[in-house]
Design a protein around this ligand. Sequence first.
Ligand SMILES: Nc1ncnc2c1ncn2[C@@H]1O[C@H](COP(=O)(O)OP(=O)(O)OP(=O)(O)O)[C@@H](O)[C@H]1O
Ligand SMILES: [Mg+2]
Length: 368
Amino acid sequence: MDTLLKKLFGDFKLFSGKTNDSVVGVDIGSSAIKVVQIKKKGGKAVLETYGALSLGPYADGGQVGQVTNLSAEKIATALADVLKESGVTTKIAILSIPASASLIFTIELPPLALEKDFSTIIPTEARKYIPVPINEVTLDWLVIPKRVEEERVQSANEKTEVLVTAIHNDTIAKYNEIFKLAALEPSPFEIEVFSAVRSTFMHELGSVLLVDMGASKTKLTIVDRGIVKQFHAIGRGAADITTMLATSLDMPFAKAEEMKQELGMAPGATDQISESIRSSFDFILAEIASVVLAYEKKYNKPISKIILSGGGALLPGFVDLARDRFRYDTVIANPFQKTETPAFLEDVLAKIGPEFSVAIGLALRKLQ
Ligand SMILES: Nc1ncnc2c1ncn2[C@@H]1O[C@H](COP(=O)(O)OP(=O)(O)OP(=O)(O)O)[C@@H](O)[C@H]1O
Ligand SMILES: [Mg+2]
C-alpha cells in the first residue's frame, strides 16, 4: 500500500516536547497525499515529521503512481492512514485546494477605479472568466501593486491589475467534509499554487517561473517580486509519461513507473526509454515556451529563472532538458530549506523535497 511512504521521525523520537503548537500541511494530490508537520521554535519552523501515501491503491484496481478521483470518504481514509503512519500528532491542519478545482486569472480594472468599489466591480468583471453562475463560487482577489518606477509614470488611463481566484462551492464543501471525516480542526484552505510558491522561493528578484509537475497536471506559475502574476495548467503530468512509456515499450504500468523513476532520461537509460520520455516532454516544453513568451511580451520583462517542483521534477534528466531548452538558470525546488532539519537528513530531504513543496508551504502559512 505504501511503497511511496517516506517515514519519518516518529520512531526516532528526534524531537520531544510539547506538540500542541504543531501544525500539519496536507496536500491531497491526484496520485498521492503528502503531509508535513512543523512547529515554531525560536522564531524558526522546525520539521517534526513528514510522509507520503499513494492514492492509487485506494481506488478500484488502482496502482501506485496512478491518477485518482476519489470520494471524500476514501480520501479521508487515506488521510487518516498517512497521518498515522507518519506519526503526525496535531489536529491543527491546513489543506490545499488543487489548481484543477479552481480558477486563477488576472483582470484589469478601469483606470481610477476606487478601492471601495472593488467588491462590486471585481465579481462583475470576473463573471466573464467563470463558466458557472457567480453565486456558485467563492471569490478572492489581490490587487497587484505597481512597480515603483511604473508609479512615477502612471497616467490617468492606466489600469489596475487584480489577481482573482475562484473556487466552486461544491469543492469547498468536499474539502470541509474531508476535514470533518478525518477529525481535524476546521481551517481555511489555500489553492496549492500559492503554497508551492511560499515554500520554493527564496529571495528571487525579477520574474521566475515555477513548474509544478504533478501526476495529472503540470502547473506553471509566473511570480514577479514575490507576487503571482500568471497561472496556467497543462493537462498533462508525470503519470502520462508512465502511460506513454508503458505503451511504447509494451510493459505494465508498474514496471514503466519504476523505469521512469530510476532511469528517466539520464545517461544509462536505453535510447528507447529516453526517447519515449523525451517525446512526452515535447508537448509540455512547447506549452511552457508559449506561456513564457506570452508573459515576456505582455510585461516586456524576461523570465530570469525556472524552479522545478512536484514529483515530476525528480525525473532523471528533466532539469538538464529544461536548462538546454530554455537557457535560464534552472533549479530543482528544495522546500525543506525553509525548515530546520537535522543535518544528517539534509541530503535525503533535498532529494525528495520537490514532492513536498505544497505541503510545506501550507504548514508554513498555518504557522505564520
Ligand atoms: N524519481 C522520479 N522520477 C520521475 N517521476 C517521479 C519520481 N518520483 C515521483 N515521480 C512522479 O511524480 C508524480 C507524483 O508527483 P506529485 O506527488 O507531485 O503528484 P500529485 O500531487 O499527486 O499530482 P497533481 O499535482 O497532478 O495532482 C508521479 O507521477 C510519479 O511518477
Ligand atoms: Mg500536486
